[in-house]
Design a protein around this ligand. Structure first.
Ligand SMILES: Cc1ncc(COP(=O)(O)O)c(C=O)c1O
Length: 370
């Protein structure tokens, strides 16, 4: 049975028609840049996350970079983050001029707050936790740590739009949070997009400038050639905002389909491989389904021979990427162990339960033979 890791086609006729209508509406009103859909998208995202403000961006990369810049982070500052992340988390820190400092993870793949605590120094300005695969970091511990040491939290919530802890959603635990809405994400556009959320009106004003080359607006709201910050173009397209509005309406149904697949994996694979452990009051964002096991490479080969696509995240660790690896070599034992043992299984809304069962049975058979 073929089980693709991802399937970005739009097969549902009603959905396709809805997107065509969105496209036609944008072409008809002609406000291709900063059109009304952008504001509506931002209003709905802020409402969903539970923050006062949201600013749409051209990508999740722009979102995390702008979040750090809005806080004035730059040269001479240190920002603590995880090595077990997509490289953008670290590149965004380095692009501000600040120094990324790495703290090891725990066996749930998320950064270890106790390791963060050990790395806090007078130069530390912020902590950037990343919710791996949509599983939330220990945010209450991190909030306490941030308060104690007077540092900011900037959540890289790129993978966690549907994740929450108790009554709070991912993105509501930090001074600023960044989300990605690229085509692979649970809430996705059909091109690049992202969003930044915050409760601070001052930061909201800065983010709106940063998105638009750092420029000011005249009384009519038009940006002119005077800039307060050095920045580039980080604007979201009206068209992507329009498509995202449509997918926001479908988001709960997308998440439920992914949750069902994940629960079937849980039921069949628990006790066979190690599963990502959740907090008691957590809703997992269901971006990735990660397992840990011995003989990972042999298992991956057998899955591939049976038509199942899988992925290894995140290789090499961000701390071993060329710009960062020449620093004093970093041990990061848990990250290194998990990089060797972990595998990301197919998890998307176009998968059937039969496919999830086939993947699970192939894994069970593999370990029965071992
Ligand atoms: C953890 C993390 N941070 C940042 C990003 C960057 O988002 P984008 O691809 O929208 O620029 C991603 C995207 O995959 C991500 O997974």
């Amino acid at each position: 049975m073929k089980v693709p890791y991802l399937d970005l086609r739009i097969l549902d006729k009603t959905h396709k028609e809805a997107l065509h209508k969105r496209l036609e509406a944008v072409l008809a009103h002609g406000r291709i840049i900063e059109g009304p859909e952008v504001q509506e998208f931002e209003r709905r995202i802020a409402q969903r996350i539970g923050t006062r403000f949201a600013v749409g961006t051209g990508s999740g990369s722009s979102a995390i970079y702008m979040a750090l810049k809005a806080l004035g982070i730059g040269r001479g500052d240190e920002v603590i983050t995880t090595p077990f992340t997509w490289i953008i988390t670290v590149n965004a820190i380095a692009a501000t001029g600040a120094k990324p400092v790495f703290a090891d993870i725990k066996t749930d793949f998320n950064v270890d707050p106790k390791k963060i605590e050990k790395k806090i120094r007078p130069k530390t300005r912020a902590i950037v936790p990343m919710h791996v695969g949509g599983h939330l970091c220990e945010m209450e511990f991190l909030e306490k740590l941030a308060r104690q040491h007077g540092v900011y939290i900037v959540e890289d919530a790129a993978q966690a739009i549907c994740g929450s802890l108790g009554a709070r959603r991912a993105g509501s635990f930090s001074t600023i949070a960044a989300f990605s809405m690229n085509p692979m994400k649970v809430l996705h556009g059909y091109g690049e997009a992202g969003v930044v959320t915050t409760n601070s009106e001052r930061l909201y004003g800065r983010l709106k400038k940063l998105r638009h080359a750092g420029t000011r607006q005249d009384p009519m709201g038009r940006h002119f050639n005077q800039c307060d910050f050095i920045s580039l173009n980080h604007k979201i397209d009206t068209l992507q905002a329009a498509f995202l509005l449509d997918n926001l309406d479908r988001l709960e149904s997308i998440w439920h389909k992914r949750e069902k697949i994940a629960k079937r994996y849980d039921a069949l694979l628990g006790g066979v491989v190690e599963l990502q452990q959740l907090h008691p009051d957590e809703v997992h964002g269901r971006y990735l389904y990660l397992i840990r096991c011995q003989k990972r490479d042999a298992l991956r080969r057998v899955l591939a021979q049976n038509g199942v696509e899988t992925k290894i995240v995140y290789s090499p660790l961000a701390c071993d990427a060329t710009p960062y690896k020449n620093r004093r070599s970093l041990s990061m034992p848990v990250s290194r162990a998990l990089l060797k043992q972990s595998l990301s299984l197919p998890l998307h809304e176009k998968m059937s339960l039969a496919q999830a069962e086939f993947v699970s049975k192939t894994i069970i058979k593999f370990f029965a033979k071992e």
